[in-house]
Structures are given as structure tokens and as C-alpha cells.
Design a binder for this molecule. Structure first.
Ligand code: ZN
Length: 196
């Protein structure tokens, strides 16, 4: 059991593509437990291995609420096998202390991965629930993609990073998602009309 140091935005390791885990060894299990401890110690809902300086394809998530029992889930060599819909998500990241930005996410995802015992499992997260957003956020970390790359409003994101003394947006990393944006706007318009 150990609390690991979390790399902050600007560290180049956060931009690397992580490697598949060939065997769920004792070392990997220890890393998974340490990542869970580190996530809890920092009040996070998710943490990916590259954030603690290990460029391996593994992340941990716990979306349980205050009054619920802890429910840590370890994802090893995850693959998102289905995704659909679009939603706006206001996200933060343990590598970006205090910075929250509106990003685009899929509403529903299905992920296939191995658990801490090396057993395969499939998990579906729907309706833009926290788990669906967290899976996409953590999965991205394994490919060196950061949540700000999905920013809906670059100017807002630049401002938030500046206010929190973090390096600025890397414009060339921004992901163009016209289809997601279109669906989010459509849903927002629909909601506004319902309010009248
Ligand atoms: Zn993150």
C-alpha cells in the first residue's frame, strides 16, 4: 500500500502512448492497489497508470457516492468496443488540480478489459452516467490524450488553465468532434424549448 506521486499537466509522460500489459504479475497487482489508494487519497473517481508515471494500459475507477460502499474497478488492457450518443461533461483531472472544463463525451460506452485477476469482463455504462464519462476520460490517458483535448470552448479552457497556473492548451492536440458537438447542441436546443 502506497500513495503514489501524480504527474501534473506539462509532464511529457502524460502524452505518451502506453503499452499493453502482457501478464498480470504481482508487480501489476501492487501497482493497481497503489493506484486505488492514490485515487482515494486525492478524492478522485479515476486514475490511469500514466498519471503515476507508468506507461501501462491500466486504469482504476470508483464512482461510488459518499453513502455507498467503496467499489473500485480495475481495467487492464481495456478496449472501448461500442460508443454512441453525445453529451457535455464538466470534468477535472487529478493531473490538473482545480481545473474544470466542459468537454464532449459519448453518452454510452461498452468496454472490455481484464480485472486484477486477469479475468476478462465487459461493462456497459449508459445515459451519460459518471461511469461512462470516467471510462472515456481514463481510457484516453492510455493514448496520451487529455480531457482538455475535447474542450467545447477553447477560450474558456485557456482561461481555466491560466487561472490555475497550468501550461496552456496544446492547440495541435485538440480533437475535432463535429458530430458530437452537433448532437450536444441539438439536445441543448431541445431542452431550452422544453423550458418555455
Ligand atoms: Zn485524468
Amino acid at each position: 500500500m502506497a500513495i503514489l506521486k501524480i504527474l501534473k499537466y506539462g509532464d511529457e509522460k502524460l502524452r505518451l502512448k502506453s503499452k499493453e500489459i502482457s501478464k498480470v504479475s504481482k508487480k501489476i497487482k501492487t501497482l493497481a492497489h497503489d493506484m486505488i489508494d492514490t485515487m482515494y487519497a486525492n478524492n478522485g473517481v479515476g486514475l490511469a497508470a500514466p498519471q503515476v508515471g507508468e506507461n501501462l494500459r491500466m486504469f482504476v475507477i470508483d464512482v461510488s457516492m459518499d453513502d455507498e460502499p467503496l467499489n473500485p474497478i480495475v481495467f487492464i488492457n481495456p478496449k472501448i468496443i461500442k460508443k454512441s450518443g453525445a453529451i457535455k461533461s464538466n470534468e477535472g483531472c487529478l493531473s490538473f488540480p482545480q481545473a474544470y472544463v466542459d468537454v464532449r463525451r459519448y453518452k454510452n460506452v461498452m468496454v472490455k478489459a481484464m480485472d486484477i485477476n486477469g479475468r476478462p469482463f465487459v461493462l456497459e455504462a449508459k445515459n451519460g452516467e459518471l461511469l461512462a464519462k470516467a471510462i472515456q476520460h481514463e481510457y484516453d490517458h492510455l493514448d496520451g490524450i487529455l480531457f482538455i483535448d475535447h474542450s467545447r470552448n477553447i477560450f474558456d479552457a485557456i482561461e481555466v488553465l491560466k487561472q490555475n497556473n497550468l501550461p496552456s492548451i496544446e492547440q495541435e492536440k485538440l480533437i475535432d468532434e463535429p458530430e458530437l458537438e452537433e448532437e450536444i447542441l441539438k439536445n441543448e436546443k431541445h431542452r431550452t424549448r422544453n423550458n418555455h
